[in-house]
Design a protein around this ligand. Structure first.
Ligand code: UDP
Length: 305
């Protein structure tokens, strides 16, 4: 017997499939690995809000207890310090696997595409990765994860979903994460020059974290395995991003050019047609709307340092 689901999804249809508005799914027990991290903790907020019980599994390499501290008294919330490379037995209805040191310093999931020759990137594109490049541990790690996921699905009948997450920003990102949005925002707030790598003409598409969380939940509760691109198709060069940060934080903010890392993708922008059609999902928050929400959180944390 193939593709026998491990879990019953019979009651988990989304409103996209004709369930009346206001319908709430029955409470479930959900594991979020990396749940004390940036994306994971925002997902945990939404899951608890909709009545689910949540077990966070996090080794706190890059996650922070402060990100989930506001749930510690909630009886539906549990926090486990555990490294997911070690086995753990938990009986649950859903697993969101978001544990991964994603920062280029500690070295976003659309990395499966590498330095893409197709633009924008559709899910059917197989990618362009230098297997021995400095970024390849990350890129190939994501690709291997998809391979294993599909093998468990085909071979073991495990019900799975695959998201390809594009650059995401928002409150609770690590201040020293090293990613471009967090760097520029922290630098502008500290009145340091914003470090633009290379000529700054490379592009990225920046998604606000609440849009990503909505996409992950729609994917989990929908009928399609994916892979799905989850990202905001609004494309900005690093110079344009610096300009938006400047307008948002400090008109006097300056720029400093630094050498770029090898194998840096020249451009990245998701084609999200598939997610729009099959998940009825699309991002709602533009960079100019989302950035101030992140700045508020960063300003407070930088003041507290
Ligand atoms: N980048 C930059 N200044 C920084 C950090 C990053 O110009 O302080 C550039 C980096 O070279 C890359 C882009 O911003 O072209 C996005 O980098 P990030 O590490 O945020 O994400 P990723 O490369 O994984 O998309």
């Amino acid at each position: 017997e193939r593709a026998r689901p491990l879990f019953s999804f019979a009651t988990s249809r989304s409103s996209a499939s004709g369930v009346p508005a206001g319908f709430r799914p029955p409470p479930r027990r959900v594991v979020v690995t990396g749940g004390a991290g940036f994306v994971g903790s925002h997902l945990v907020d939404r899951l608890l809000e909709q009545g689910d019980s949540v077990i966070v599994v996090d080794n706190f390499f890059t996650g922070r207890k402060e990100n989930v501290a506001h749930h510690l008294r909630n009886p539906r919330f549990e926090l486990l310090r555990h490294d997911v490379v070690e086995p753990i037995l938990l009986e649950v209805d859903r697993i969101y696997h978001l544990a991964c040191p994603a920062s280029p310093v500690h070295y976003n999931t659309s990395e499966v595409y590498g330095d893409p020759l197709e633009h924008p990137q559709k899910e059917t594109y197989w990618g362009h990765v230098n297997p021995i490049g400095v970024r390849s541990c990350y890129d190939e790690g994501k690709r291997t994860a998809e391979t294993l996921t599909m093998d468990y699905h085909r071979g073991g009948g495990v019900e799975v979903r695959i998201a390809r997450i594009f650059n995401t920003y928002g409150p609770r990102m690590c201040l020293d994460d090293g990613r471009v949005v967090s760097n520029f925002v922290a630098q502008a707030l500290r009145r340091q020059p914003m470090t633009v790598y290379g000529d700054g003409k490379q592009t990225r598409s920046f998604q606000y974290v609440s849009d990503l969380v909505a996409g992950l939940m729609a994917l989990m509760e929908g009928d399609h395995i994916g892979p799905f691109n989850l990202g905001n198709p609004g494309e900005f060069s690093m110079l344009e991003l610096a300009q938006v940060v400047k307008e948002t934080i400090d008109p006097m903010a300056s720029i400093e050019f630094k050498p770029n890392t090898a194998d840096d993708p020249h451009m990245r922008k998701p084609d999200i047609t598939k997610a729009k059609q099959l998940l009825r999902w699309e991002p709602k928050v533009s960079l100019r709307e989302g950035l101030p929400l992140m700045v508020k959180d960063f300003r407070q944390r930088i003041l507290d340092e």
